[in-house]
Design a protein around this ligand. Structure first.
Ligand SMILES: *Cc1c(COP(=O)(O)O)cnc(C)c1O
Length: 431
């Protein structure tokens, strides 16, 4: 499968089926519920918004409901997976997905909350070092979070929040522009905070070189990995990233609004001097219930937990993490690259055959090392009508104003035949 390239692809159902037959992950599709609400058979390409439900989730949640019924409060200690330390059952599995040591990660709260908690610790404007570099048109929640962090320190936005945008006439941000800006701002730069994969274009940034550039000028570097966790092969520890957070409900298939994960590099995780917003679950667990005044944090990322674990949501996450463990990020990454390349080929083939009426282009990078599973299609002119015609045929895709259709084939449950069928729907939609 590895040596597949566009030159060996054919846009036909037989070819797609052959790829499915050879797919080492093909049986995982049966572990998920594919939506049944569409009139025509579904092509579900929105795993980047809400991943599908693993069939095993019910069993994991039922186990905790039964423990609650049987033990009441004593479930914190008597449940098969005691709730007191429920988050610990997830740490090693999550660490494998983001490339971290287990002590560097914790699953808790929600994504925007975690971004705030981490920025309280890692955005420490002092003297002339007050500026933040972020991407222009970041996901709205990230924009609001960044703005409010700057204001919290009594600083003004125009001078301190520096957005890197694509150059005029281009859709993607050039990495060289990020690196140049970091060097230019130099000792006035306090923090870089960027989405590892841009939610709109699907562009994957080189987190290693951005981290190195930030550290070179003495800044902290963090990433929002909402569109990267479970999608990209990450190495947060080795890259030296200071902090990161992600949600579990996109590529990680762990229920709507499901719990978030956070990463704090081990060089910070044992530093009780860092400013932080504290809560009892971040307190050293050996002495937590002595309930003494004065905060003594847990070592590692767990020290950023405010509250006790939301067990039902975490049970759903655990069910999904067990599937990721079985499939392995390496195989998931290989299928991601092959399937995304095939889908791209199908779209370009349809586009070429209908060049007289077709006016769309894929703005996601072509280079597979610069993207994950997502393709963003810019639909000039006919945009929303094209999208609606796709929806009518059973395609679940995502429309973003002003004119982008985002699709993401998820390696665990999408098939090559889904990609082929998308092409058929797209061709009908154009006509
Ligand atoms: C999905 C997403 C969010 C959502 O934040 P929640 O706190 O989970 O609602 C935030 N940022 C980015 C970049 C996202 O893609």
């Amino acid at each position: 499968m590895n040596e597949l390239t566009a030159t060996t692809f054919t846009n036909s159902q037989a070819f797609a089926k052959e790829l499915d037959t050879k797919d080492p992950l093909k049986l995982f599709r049966e572990r998920f519920y594919l939506p049944t609400f569409t009139e025509n058979e579904v092509v579900y390409f929105t795993g980047n918004s809400l991943g599908l439900q693993p069939k095993s989730v019910e069993k994991y949640i039922k186990e905790e409901l039964d423990a609650w019924a049987k033990f009441g409060v004593e479930g914190h200690f008597l449940a098969k997976k005691p709730w007191f330390s429920y988050h610990e059952f997830l740490s090693e599995k999550v660490a494998r997905i983001v490339g971290a040591n287990p002590e560097e990660v914790v699953v808790t709260h929600s994504l925007t909350t975690n971004l705030h908690l981490l920025m309280v610790s890692f955005y420490e404007p002092k003297g002339k070092r007050t500026k933040i570099i972020c991407e222009a048109k970041a996901f709205p929640s990230d924009q609001y979070a960044l703005e409010s962090q700057v204001k919290l320190h009594g600083l003004n936005l125009d001078d301190n929040l520096i957005e890197i945008a694509p150059r005029d006439g281009e859709h993607l941000i050039r990495e060289e522009d990020i690196l140049a800006k970091i060097a230019e701002i130099g000792d006035e730069l306090a923090m870089v905070m960027i989405g590892g994969v841009n939610y709109y274009t699907g562009q994957l940034f080189d987190m290693k070189s951005i981290t190195e550039a930030g550290h070179k000028v003495g800044a902290k570097v963090g990433f929002d990995l909402a569109h990267a966790a479970g999608n990209i092969n990450l190495k947060l520890h080795d890259w030296g990233v200071d902090f990161a957070a992600w949600c579990s409900y996109k590529y990680l298939n762990s229920s709507p609004g499901g719990v978030s994960g956070m990463f704090v590099h081990e060089r910070h995780a044992y530093n009780p001097e860092l400013p932080r917003l504290a809560g009892w679950w971040g307190y050293d667990k050996e002495t937590r219930f002595q309930m003494k005044p004065g905060f003594n944090p847990m070592r590692g990322a767990e020290g950023w937990q405010l509250s006790n674990a939301p067990v039902l949501g975490m049970a759903a996450h655990l069910a999904s993490l067990d599937i990721f463990d079985e499939a392995g990020m390496e195989r998931i990454g290989e299928k991601r690259d092959n399937m995304t390349a095939f889908l791209e080929f199908v779209i370009e083939d349809v586009s070429a055959k209908n060049s007289d009426r077709c006016t769309f282009e894929i703005i996601t990078p072509k280079d597979k090392t610069k993207r994950g599973a997502q393709l963003s299609i810019l639909a000039h002119g006919q945009g929303k009508a094209l999208f609606d015609a796709l929806t009518e045929q059973g395609v679940v895709a995502d429309w973003r104003e002003p004119n982008v259709i985002r699709i993401a084939p998820a390696p665990l449950y999408n098939s090559y035949e889904d990609c082929y069928r998308f092409g058929v729907c797209l061709e009908k939609a154009i006509q």
